[in-house]
Write a protein that binds this ligand. Structure first.
Ligand code: MTE
Ligand code: LUZ
Ligand code: MOS
Length: 751
């Protein structure tokens, strides 16, 4: 089953926000972003800009009809800066004009004076100054303090991981127009239509039922549109509401890069203690999250860092503390993995440090400490159906890892300029929103009189194939051709109170809601067929568009069944509601059972390093991944491939640079390098682990969106190993991304 959108995507026929035909008289908006990262607004005069021909209005805080507030978790973020600015690019005003060109011209006529204050860029500095977005949190298991004395080896170190630009191909944007009765309709490039609706409701001061948010699809989100689409949508909605005109905003790439938050950089201290036989007895770490100027999703991301701080290892004594630090950067936000990768990078660094000091391969320590069934996670959940060991065993066999290790060693002994490095990157990722209440979804299913089916859910299609999976589920339940099923746009008037499509749980939550709705309709159809055939409903089944009675084909086809049911005045519409059972979390104890299940897998990453230039190529990434019982192996494999390359980019080449006063230097694609086809692995082989799959995954098909991102981290350690093979003096350190410049310095460092 291919992605139902692929043909239209390739032909350029799929409609994204900027492709929606605009109404006559549509106005265009452009944002004035603060030119400095921190300061006091002394003076803001818009009269010259408003006087420019073609300019309709310049919006500032005083034009807001509701409240000037867009913070989703904490109300700490104004829509338009009021009095102070806290990051470079923060919206100060919105120019609305007859076209974008005029609006941009008007930007230059706005008279803005800011008294510049010192900008804080570094999270540790922020922490020292007491600038925290929320109070710190700690997860604990066992007793670290008393465990150190039992350790034969103790190592300490620091780990740094960098930010990451989402670089969705479609930038942020929205298109709003007034409809009847003081209501507005808005198309928004968002992962969270309800978040958009709620934010607009607050900013405009009108109830949610007056706001209809519609999303056909996104040209990528990767977390960047989970929360941050809301502000842009609110600006457009405000302008449209006040002017009673259609208004559109589609960010220029440079504005998008400058104004939106990214993956959180983290700076961490770790201490790890092992026994002689390489059991990790104790692990203690403090992580400083660079949150940016407002909370955004940072509290939830900080939480997921805690949840994933021991990756797939059982460590009986653990203590992990995180600080969410307030800096003068754009508020950092969700990005594939949601803080998980940052936490996992630190434990992998701690293990690599220990392995380096003990002069053994890290794999020995990794394997020795894999989680097993009934082990306790630091957050109290008991591990079940743990597949990490199985994944590695299977990888050992399939990919002949030992043989490859020997080949790498042989290559390195024979070559001077080129060295190879290998690393094992195992993963364990929890599935469910860590905020329990968000784990719910609804679906609305209509069967039309002609037998065609319309499915609406709360899920957003952003390239991950969730719509295809939804269509598969409906077609499977009714046993009809998938061509009969159409996925509607995601619309808050059809499916309300949605959670964002995030946490890799879009298919699980919405798919289960579709399943519930379809099964309810199926029950109705069966009793209708039973009436037609004068038998009991339990004798009826549907197969390949035919009604079967006791397994035997009848002359009633799908279309006849539907029409007859409709004529009998039976509803062919159903709403399904799903909420994940059994999960809970008690924040006062920091213990619970927050995840429906975990996804496991393991990757072996091999790279070749050019020791003259510091450049490297990824030879291969060999994966055994636990998909459960995948409902769409083609799509799921695509998710793994994209995630791996994105993960490699994060730890190798994607380097976000701000200057000391908080100005983004890597503000375009000429100064920010993302992986291209040359930096992708030469071989990316992903084999499924043969398993049944957990009950709470949709049709036992495990969530796949985020977990494989973390395989990319293996590239960092593979490069480290190659550096070591060349330079025995290299004192291992952990500073991602490991760009060729950094590699070169390390190749020739003298201890
Ligand atoms: N794949 C594509 N092509 N585009 C995206 O934006 N987002 C990722 C992942 N895969 C993304 C993607 C992220 S961050 C998440 S959380 C999941 O898809 C969300 O979709 P799902 O819950 O349906 O897996
Ligand atoms: N968003 C969120 C997420 O609000 N809670 C989560 O747990 C989460 N996890 C991954 C990605 N987005
Ligand atoms: Mo993904 S970071 O949960 O949108």
């Amino acid at each position: 089953m291919n992605n139902i959108d692929s043909i239209n995507h390739v032909r350029g026929k799929s409609v994204y926000l900027d492709d929606i035909p605009v109404q006559k008289g549509t106005l265009h908006a452009v944002i004035l972003g603060s030119p400095v990262a921190h300061g006091k607004i002394l003076h803001l005069n818009i009269s010259k800009a408003e006087a420019l021909q073609g300019v309709v209005k310049v919006f500032t805080p005083k034009d807001i009809t509701g409240i000037n507030q867009i913070g989703g978790i904490i109300e700490d973020e104004p829509l338009f800066a009021d009095g102070e600015v806290h990051f470079n690019g923060q919206a100060v005003a919105l120019v609305v004009a007859k076209d974008e060109h005029t609006a941009r011209k008007a930007l230059k006529l706005i008279d803005l004076k800011i008294e510049e204050h010192e900008a804080v860029i570094d999270p540790r500095t922020a922490k020292e100054k007491g600038l925290l977005l929320i109070p710190p949190r700690t997860f604990r298991l066992g007793d670290v303090a008393s465990a150190w004395s039992k350790c034969d080896y103790i190592f300490e170190g620091k780990a740094e991981s960098g930010g990451q630009e989402h670089l969705y191909i479609e930038t942020q944007g929205a298109y709003a127009y007034p409809v009847d009765n003081g209501s507005i309709k808005i198309h928004s490039s968002t992962q969270g239509p309800t978040a958009v609706q709620k934010t607009i409701s607050k900013v405009l001061g009108i109830p949610m039922n007056r706001i209809e948010v519609d999303v056909a699809r996104l040209g990528g989100g990767f977390g960047g549109k989970e929360d941050q689409a809301s502000g842009f949508a609110a600006m457009v909605a405000l302008a449209s509401f006040v002017l009673q005109k259609p208004v559109k905003l589609s960010l220029h790439r440079l504005d998008d890069m400058r104004m939106t938050g990214k993956r959180h950089p983290y700076s961490s201290d770790f201490k790890i203690g092992l026994s002689k036989d390489l059991k990790i007895l104790a692990y203690q770490t403090t992580l400083y999250q660079n949150g940016g100027a407002a909370a955004d999703l940072s509290p939830a991301i900080m939480e997921r860092t805690l949840f994933h701080s021991t990756n797939c290892y059982f460590i009986p004594n653990t203590e992990v503390t995180t600080y969410s630090c307030k800096t003068n950067l754009p508020p950092n936000t969700a990005f594939r993995g949601f803080g998980g990768p940052q936490g996992m990078f630190v434990i992998e660094s701690a293990i690599a440090k220990a392995a380096n000091e003990l002069n053994i391969p890290a794999k020995k320590i990794q394997e020795r400490n894999f989680l097993k069934d009934n082990d306790e996670f630091p957050y109290g959940q008991i591990a079940k159906s743990v597949n990490i060991g199985n994944c590695l065993n299977s990888a050992n066999k399939l990919f002949e890892i030992e043989k490859t290790e020997k080949e790498v060693a042989e290559f390195n002994s024979k070559n001077e300029q080129f060295k190879k490095g290998m690393a094992l990157m195992p993963i364990c990722f929890g599935i469910s929103f860590t905020n329990t209440s968000m784990n719910q979804a609804r679906a609305l299913v209509h069967i039309y009189q002609d037998g065609s089916i319309g499915v609406s859910t709360g899920a957003i299609e952003m390239g991950q194939g969730v719509n295809t999976k939804m269509a598969q589920i409906a077609s499977k339940v009714f046993s009809v051709d998938i061509k009969r099923v159409k996925l509607e746009s995601t619309n808050t008037s059809r499916v309300a109170n949605t959670s964002p499509t995030a946490a890799s749980s879009g298919a699980d939550l919405n798919g289960n809601a579709v399943l519930i709705a379809c099964n309810e309709l199926l029950k109705r159809l069966k009793s209708s067929a039973a009436k037609m055939l004068n038998c009991n409903a339990d004798e009826i089944s549907l197969k390949n568009e035919l009604v079967l009675k006791n397994g035997q084909a009848t002359d009633i086809g799908w279309e006849k069944l539907i029409m007859t049911t409709h004529l009998s005045r039976i509803s062919l519409t159903e709403n399904g509601h799903y909420s994940t059972p059994t999960i809970f979390f008690d924040k006062t104890k920091e213990k619970g059972h927050p995840f429906a299940y975990h996804v496991y897998g393991t990757a072996i990453v091999t790279i070749t390093l050019d020791c003259l230039r510091g450049t490297y190529e990824i030879d291969d990434v060999l994966i055994v991944h636990d998909f459960g019982n995948s409902i769409n192996p083609t799509i799921d494999k695509g998710q793994v491939e994209g995630a791996v390359v994105q993960g490699i980019g994060w730890v190798t080449m994607e380097e976000i640079a701000f200057n000391k006063s908080g100005k983004l230097l890597s503000n375009s694609l000429s100064t920010y390098k993302v992986p291209d086809i040359y930096s992708a692995p030469k071989v990316l082989d992903c084999q499924p682990l043969e398993t049944e799959g957990p009950d709470f995954a949709i049709l036992k098909s495990k969530a796949v969106g985020e977990p494989p991102f973390m395989y990319g981290i293996g590239a960092f350690f593979a490069i480290q190993n190659a550096i070591k093979a060349f330079n025995p003096n290299y004192k291992i350190d952990f500073d991602a991304p490991l760009t060729p410049e950094k590699v070169l310095m390390r190749l020739y460092s003298k201890a």
